[in-house]
Write a protein that binds this ligand. Sequence first.
Ligand SMILES: NC(=O)c1ccc[n+]([C@@H]2O[C@H](COP(=O)([O-])OP(=O)(O)OC[C@H]3O[C@@H](n4cnc5c(N)ncnc54)[C@H](O)[C@@H]3O)[C@@H](O)[C@H]2O)c1
Ligand SMILES: [Zn+2]
Ligand SMILES: [Zn+2]
Length: 382
Amino acid sequence: MQAMVYRGPYRIRVEEKDVPAIEHPNDAIVRVRLAAICGSDLHLYHGMMPDTRIGHTFGHEFVGVVHEVGSSVQNLRVGDRVMVPFNIFCGSCFFCARGLYANCHNVNPNATAVGAIYGYSHTTGGYDGGQAEYVRVPFADVGPSVIPDWLGDEDAVLLTDAGPTGYFGAQLGGIVEGDVVVVFGAGPVGLFAARSAWLMGAGRVIVVDHLQYRLDLARSFAFAETLNFVEVDDVVLELKRLTDWLGADVAIDAVGAEADGNLLQHITAAKLKLQGGSPIALNWAIDGVRKGGTVSVLGAYGPTPSLVKFGDALNKGLTIRGNQCPVKRQWPRLLDHVKNGYLRPSDIVTHRFPLEHIAEAYHTFSAKLDGIVKPLVTVSGA
Ligand SMILES: NC(=O)c1ccc[n+]([C@@H]2O[C@H](COP(=O)([O-])OP(=O)(O)OC[C@H]3O[C@@H](n4cnc5c(N)ncnc54)[C@H](O)[C@@H]3O)[C@@H](O)[C@H]2O)c1
Ligand SMILES: [Zn+2]
Ligand SMILES: [Zn+2]
C-alpha cells in the first residue's frame, strides 16, 4: 500500500508499505478514504517530538471503510464507513472508566502521562497512522463509530480531532453565560474553540493570531472579534483595554509549543529545545485573563519544563486545565450540533491534496502558504 513516511525533520515522502495485518482479535483494518493533517503533525514534521522514528507513518485524523475485523470484534462489520478518534484507548481501565480516554493506561508502554495516538511517534505508542491507504485500528469495538448516513466524509474527518478538541477547550474553560472568552490561535483548533464558546453561552469571543487571513475566518466562521498581535505593541495591554481593564473571564491556548511572538522564547524552545515549547501564548493567556479566571490549554507542549508564569497564575487565583482531547466523549453533543445545523465542520477546509502529493501538503501547511487553514488528504481508489 501507499503510505506517508517520515524520513527526518522536514522530510517526508510516500512509500510502499505492507498492508497492516490483524494482530489482536479486537483489531480492525480500515481502508482510509480521507485523512487530514493537524497542527500537531507539524510538531512531528519539525522534529520537535521525541522518539519520532524514521519510517513512521503519521496521521491521527482519518475516516474510512472497515476492510477486515478480528475474531472478537462485535460492533463493526466489513464495509462499515467509520470515523476513528485520534486516541487509541481500551475503554475499561481506571482512566477510561472516568472518561479520560486520552490517558488510557493500557495502550502506551512508553509513557505515564499521555495515552496512545495514531501516527504520533513512539512517545505516544508507536502506532502507524492514517495518512496511508490502510491502518490498523486496535480496540476496534471501543474507538471507532459508524458514520451516520447524513454526515459526509469531510465533516466526519473533522470530528476525529480538530472539532472535538476545540469544543473540549471551550468545555475546559467552564464558560458561563456572558463570559468574555479569548482564544489564542486561529488555526483549526482555535477556530472550533471560538465557535464552540458561543454554544456554551459566551457573551464575547476574541481571537488572537498574526495571520490576517485566519483572523478573517475567525470573523466569518466563528463570529469573533479579532486581534492581530503584530499590530499592537502589547497584546496583553490591548486585551485589558478591550475588557474594561479586567481581562477576559476565560482564555484558551490553541497555539502550543511553536508559538511566535517572542524570538527568545522561540529560539530556546523550538530551535535549542531547552524548553518543552515556547510558552508565549500560554503566558499571554495567564496575563490576559482576569483574576480568578480560567485558562484552558489545548496547545501541545513537551514534557520538559517551560518558562510558564506559574507564580502569576497562582497569585491571580487562576484555574488551569488541559489535556489531549478525549474525542469520543465529545461526539454525542457535537454530532447533535452538526445535525441541527449549528456547525458545519468542513467549512474550515481550504485544501485537498492526493496522498501522492502529501509532501507538498506538509510544506504548504508548515509554511502557511496559499491561505491554508485545514488540509485534507484524499486517498485514491477509496
Ligand atoms: N489537546 C489536544 O487534544 C490537541 C488536539 C489537536 C491539536 N492540538 C494542538 O493545538 C495547537 C493548534 O493546532 P492547529 O491544528 O489549530 O494548528 P495550526 O498550526 O494550524 O494553528 C496554530 C495557530 O497559532 C497561531 N499562533 C502562533 N503563535 C501565536 C501566538 N503567540 N498567539 C496567538 N496565535 C499564535 C499561528 O499563526 C496559527 O494560526 C497545536 O499545538 C496542536 O498540537 C492539541
Ligand atoms: Zn491533532
Ligand atoms: Zn483504558
